[in-house]
Design a protein around this ligand. Sequence first.
Ligand code: PLP
Length: 388
Amino acid sequence: MRLSDRVNRVTPSMTLAISAKAKAMQADGLDVCSFSAGEPDFDTPDHIKAAAKQALDQGKTRYGPAAGEPALRAAIAHKLRTENQLNYGPENIIVTNGGKHSLYDLMMVLLNAGDEVIIPAPYWVSYPEMVKLADGVPVIVETTAATGYKITPDQLAQAITPRTRLFVLNSPSNPTGMVYSPEEIRALAQVVEAHDLLVVSDEIYEKILYGPTTHLSIGAVSEASFERTVISSGFAKAFAMTGWRIGYLAGPVALIKAMNTLQSHSTSNVCTFAQYGAIAALEGPQDCVETMRQAFEQRRRVIVDRINAMPGLACVEPEGAFYVFANISATGLSSLDFCNTLLEEKHVATIPGVAFGAEGNIRVSYATDLDTIERGMDRLEAFVKTRL
Ligand code: PLP
């Protein structure tokens, strides 16, 4: 079959592939400890499910506006104004099939062939591939554990060229769990303003924060950075709604209109009754979010302490999201060999750092129960011992 150059340029998602392999091994009856998925292990809270069921019963089963149900766009705008100090109205919001889709749409409407997009590494697997799908050029800026895997203002400034169209900022980060402090965000905002750069701020993990860590949206720093920022987010992580496929993008009306045109010829509206669940997620009680966050915090403590106690492994303590990024370079194995052998020999699934543009590391998701974490860490420790 002759396929398009566009799709041939793209690498399939390694996180989805390894999660699928781990699931297939489980289906074969093997006891797999999976730390691969970027998915909360909790069920969607009941009041959110009830709102979607009620919408079904009320006949919210038809096509709706491509940009989303007006009530959901209004609820998202309200959330961004009150929680994030971002002055958006409903006309600045488009509802998408997940945060992944909002970013994909953004690249499609923004980039011309050869346009550059600055992406700090380690990065979420899909950013560079989406840029390539839109004929753009990912410009990867490597960061290190020494700067907490965060891009510095100097690095950002140096990466800008006349072809730069967009800077992708992700805090809290997948895969490192690092969070840019308000001071760091303000320093990056200065570069964004000085170079008249457009930034997409992927804030999908904003509610999963630990200790004294706080989240500041770069768009809230000043009017000048607000004008240069678009926000991408979704309901999957904070509300355990991964399978619902609801995300959103907030930005200038002209951009939202362009995305609406794209959606009107590709996906049409996001599942109508699911959007009523999302309204309940935003407007209903928020204690479910806090309960899940506390569970993640407890697991983080266990997993970070276990990994840092293992000879040959080390990780920086994550401040948000539900991932640990562990350095495996002392084993001398490539991250792909490490993850494949660990899965085959010990039935422990993790994701190789190479998928995130950071060889020498693995990503361990702790969106799983404490028993699996303890058993999986025992196996990981035994595995690493044999490789030192
Ligand atoms: N952005 C980041 C950083 C993510 O980790 C993910 C999911 O893993 C997404 C966006 C997209 O999430 P979804 O499409 O499920 O809303």
